[in-house]
Design a protein around this ligand. Structure first.
Ligand SMILES: Nc1nc2c(c(=O)[nH]1)N[C@H]1C(S)=C(S)[C@@H](COP(=O)(O)O)O[C@H]1N2
Ligand SMILES: [Mo]
Length: 203
């Protein structure tokens, strides 16, 4: 690698973009080098808070007050009962990392470093049936993307996270604070932000 390329990559990864770990995780991925030449993309890596484009902001979704409310709880419902977890409860659980893209149909895809609680761990806590679909609901009062239904294959994937941190920082309001989902191999539209309820779908 030439010095010029090396410095460009270092620049792209961002001065405040934390950690040697992130550099290590993304090293060798060609999109880092191609991004600056993709002049016609509506959004490119680096746009938006935490180096990730925003599809719909918290204000546009009408969730600013609910998302910032300290009495927020994530409800996880199984057939036999439900649990409620504060953000602090979630941060005290074992945390996992995943490097996964958001791929939006609007024409951008950006890989990011996600950290949070494995969805599978929450499903176990609420005794969710591993054969059932899982439904995620957002704090967002209306709009096509406020809920998603996730088949068990994705829900129990160890890389599927209820995300609390993005690129080394507390998840930004526009990216889904207090918590959002990220799952491998799902279109961006299904990566629900501002989670409120996760529940086992009835038969
Ligand atoms: N609640 C909610 N979640 C949502 C959306 C939304 O409008 N509302 N947009 C989706 C779409 S289309 C995309 S591409 C991703 C974008 O996530 P980001 O804004 O954090 O990059 O969020 C998804 N999750
Ligand atoms: Mo999207």
């Amino acid at each position: 690698m030439t010095d010029e390329r090396q410095s460009r990559r270092t620049f792209l990864l961002g001065v405040g973009a934390s950690t040697a770990a992130l550099v290590g995780l993304t090293a060798g991925q060609s999109f880092e080098l191609l991004a600056p030449f993709n002049l016609f993309a509506p959004r490119v890596k680096g746009d938006g808070p935490q180096m990730l484009p925003v599809n719909r902001t918290a204000a546009q979704a009408g969730v600013v007050d609910l998302a910032g409310d300290p009495s927020w709880r994530l409800r996880v419902e199984g057939a036999r009962g439900s649990i409620k977890l504060s953000r602090e409860d979630l941060t005290r659980m074992p945390q996992s990392d995943a490097v996964l893209p958001i791929a939006c149909v609007e024409g951008w895809s950006t890989t990011a470093h996600w950290r949070g609680v494995r969805l599978a761990d929450l499903l176990v806590l609420a005794a969710v049936d591993p054969d059932r679909d899982v439904r995620m609901e957002s704090l967002q009062p209306r709009g096509a993307y406020r809920t998603t239904t996730m088949p068990p294959h994705y829900a129990w994937d160890p890389l599927t996270l209820v995300v609390l941190e993005l690129n080394g920082q507390t998840l930004d309001a526009d990216h889904g604070y207090p918590a959002r989902v990220i799952a491998p191999g799902r279109p961006g539209v299904l990566q629900t932000k501002w989670l409120s309820v996760i529940r086992e779908e009835p038969e």
